[in-house]
Design a protein around this ligand. Sequence first.
Ligand code: FES
Length: 133
Amino acid sequence: MDEVAQSQDMKRLCAVSDIVDGKAMDFDIELGGIKRILFAVRKGDEVFVYLNYCPHMGRPLNFAPGRFLMKDDVEIFCAFHYACFRIEDGYCTDGPCRSSSLGRFETRIEDGEVFVGQTLEWPEPRTEEAPAV
Ligand code: FES
């Protein structure tokens, strides 16, 4: 199992069971020689992995380690100005960076283990001022 994943430049992130269903966790991991701060969201048997970098102002989405704001197991919020992203594809449906997307990583689950690989999408940072909160 590990040989297959590693031969395709994928790296083990965690076990699926390490993430509570409907919740997210952040991880520091080295991929291709580059340190990345990612987060993984679990929805049932699926896990989606994103760069922990809001396309609005480049902040992490969580407000503390392992603490993310979720909405009905469907969307995840940035804790700073409340941009709202779909869990399945990281698309921003509302907030100051609406229509942008989170940086998404190739993800595979094998025998209950989550592996991450190459970046599938990379966010375009927005430079507009955040709305007053
Ligand atoms: S930094 Fe995420 S919405 Fe502003």
